[in-house]
Each structure stands twice: as C-alpha cells, then as structure tokens.
Design a protein around this ligand. Sequence first.
Ligand SMILES: CC(C)(COP(=O)(O)OP(=O)(O)OC[C@H]1O[C@@H](n2cnc3c(N)ncnc32)[C@H](O)[C@@H]1OP(=O)(O)O)[C@@H](O)C(=O)NCCC(=O)NCCS
Length: 249
Amino acid sequence: MTPSPSWDSPPKTLTLPSNTVHVWRASLAVPASYLRTLEGTLTADECARAERFYFQEHRERFIAGRGLLRNILSRYLGREPGQLRFCYNSYGKPALIEEADAEGLRFNLSHSHDMALYAVTHDREIGIDIERFRPDVEAEKLAERFFSPREATVLRTLPEQLRKEGFFNCWTRKEAYIKAEGEGMAIPLSSFDVSLAPGEPAALLRSQKDPQEASRWSMQALDPGPGYAAALAVKGHDWELKCWQWASM
Ligand SMILES: CC(C)(COP(=O)(O)OP(=O)(O)OC[C@H]1O[C@@H](n2cnc3c(N)ncnc32)[C@H](O)[C@@H]1OP(=O)(O)O)[C@@H](O)C(=O)NCCC(=O)NCCS
C-alpha cells in the first residue's frame, strides 16, 4: 500500500505545480486571539452561519475551519484571506468563484472533532474525508445499512481485530469519493465499491453508474495521527502528493 506521506513544514514561498495535490493538516483548537483574527476574515454569510451553531465549540470550530481555509488558499493566490469569495453547487460543495486570479484552484476540506484536512489542486475534481475513531461504533450494523453488499461482505470476513480499521477505511474512502463528485448523499453509498481491507491500497473498485468510472479515479489513504482515519479521492492518476502541517499562530 502507498504509505501516507509525512506532514512537513511548508516553505515560505509555496508553489503548486500542475499535477500536484497538497493536503494540509490543521488543528481547529486554535488560541482565542488567533480565532478572533480568523473570524475577522469571514464574510457576513459565514458569520451568520457561525451564529446558527447552538454549541460554542461547534461555532468556534466552524470559524477556525473556514478561517484556515481562507488562509491556506490565500497562500496560493497571493490575496488577502478576507477577499476570497466562495460559491456552492446545489449539494453545498464550496468552490472559489471563478475570477481571473483563481487560477483553476480546486479544494475540498473535511473536519472531525478538532482536526481538519484541506486538499488543494488545479483543474481536477478532489474530495477528502477525515473521521475520528469512535470505539463504540457499530461497524457491522452501519456497514449493512450504508456500505455496498461487497464491502459489507469483505468487512464481515476480516479478522475481528481488523474490522474497526476496515470500517473506517471504507467510510473515509466512500466519503472522499462522493465529496470529490460533489453530489453528497445524492450518490447512493451502496452504488459503488471501495477497497477497505487493512494493507490493501485505497481504490475505487467499481461503480454501478459506469464500468469505466473506477479507472478514472485514484485514492490515497492518509494518516492524520492517532485516533483518526482519512482518505483522498482525486480524478486521474498523474499527480503527486505533498502533505503540509499548518502552524497556528
Ligand atoms: C456534507 C457531506 C458532503 C460530508 O459531510 P461530513 O462527512 O459530515 O463532513 P466533512 O467534515 O467531511 O465535510 C464538510 C465539508 O465538506 C464541504 N462540503 C459540503 N457539501 C459538500 C459536497 N456536496 N461535496 C463536497 N464537499 C462538500 C464543506 O466545505 C464542508 O465544510 P463546512 O461545512 O465547514 O463548509 C455529506 O456527504 C454527508 O452528509 N455525509 C455523511 C454521510 C454518511 O452518513 N455516511 C455514512 C458512512 S459511509
């Protein structure tokens, strides 16, 4: 299996050559003063969305997540974080509003508890998902309900001690794929198969919608740190991955 790359400190001047994917790992548990700075970069609609969270910790995670997204993208675009404008497809997937200087930059993000991952590339579909391991997860029950019949069978036949890992491999790969496609739950989760057995390379194996679909996509398992699983889905195969650690101020 292709090992997950290490999380390096980014260089001062960052470039994103074509056929490259950058993934950023960031903690959403940022110091209060930095949270205020990040909040200051949000647009009125984003602030309104933050206000709708009932729990303060959820509100703060949203502000940190969105503020960091703006900061990360602004490093590639050479613009102020607060100047970036997003649009959304009809399933809620955010994208940069196409302006002359958006440079075909594509991104996707995922957060779980206080960890976030951001995937950035040029001119190709991309999706990312991170999930925190929950020890009490009813893996087999959820698999019967949400996974494809093949995936549920593979999970069931794994040795007991590998089943949790297999479950989260499957979950994050399925989510990364539907997030790359951008149609969310409009794509039935049982309509496609991903690999899941620990040690097997991450891959889209089959899709009911088109026999060629699996060959169009590549996947990469990521190791965000203890207690988390993550996966990346990218259209095409001709790309290289670099992973960066975001240092909060
Ligand atoms: C919204 C969804 C795309 C992902 O939700 P999620 O896994 O709860 O959340 P994640 O943290 O991974 O991703 C959320 C981010 O994805 C982005 N996003 C929103 N809608 C999206 C879409 N249709 N496609 C891609 N990305 C999307 C947003 O940036 C969002 O962050 P924000 O709310 O801070 O702006 C959707 O697929 C969903 O609801 N999934 C849950 C499905 C499920 O129950 N799966 C069972 C196991 S297989």
